[in-house]
Design a protein around this ligand. Structure first.
Ligand code: 4NP
Length: 148
């Protein structure tokens, strides 16, 4: 799960997907990172922590890190939160095969529309509820596919 800062959107995406994977008894490793290193080492934004807790998910122990090209070796699918994250991750790919691993997460719910998860960092509190709902639906579909 990749966004810009790895403190707002991708930590929520990581927490939501991990929770659904545990419920489904799947054995899949989920992680998140930011295309920037601005917030490396920091906890998720308190607004993301609170939003996740509202839905029974604890993301408070996550720590931000920057996405690295070696992540292409570690992960089979890389979900970008927005189009800018998508281009930044694609720019780090070393092969066609690596590029194919990168997807926009909302294409899992709003099919082939190339929609972005809006960045809630500078916005109001309700932006986090919107982000949560968008990610919850996309992650539900991801787990359904992985279960097949
Ligand atoms: P995120 O949100 O990419 O969802 O973690 C942001 C966090 C920090 C900044 C921008 C977006 N920032 O500019 O510091």
């Amino acid at each position: 799960m990749v966004c810009l800062g790895n403190i707002c959107r991708s930590p929520l995406a990581e927490g939501i997907l991990k929770s659904k994977i545990e419920e489904s008894n799947l054995n899949i490793i989920v992680d998140s990172a930011g295309t920037s290193g601005y917030h490396a080492g920091q906890s998720p934004d308190p607004r993301s922590i609170d939003k996740a807790l509202e839905y029974g998910i604890d993301i408070s122990l996550q720590r931000a890190r920057q996405f690295q090209s070696s992540d292409f070796n570690e992960f089979d699918i890389i979900y970008a939160m927005d189009r800018s994250n998508y281009s930044d991750v694609i720019a780090l790919a070393n092969s066609e095969e690596e590029m194919k691993k990168v997807k926009l997460i909302l294409n899992e719910s709003l099919r082939n529309k190339d929609q972005s998860v809006p960045d809630p960092y500078y916005g109001e509190e309700d932006g986090f509820e919107n982000v949560y709902q968008l990610l919850d639906e996309a992650c539900e579909n991801i787990v359904t596919q992985l279960s097949k």
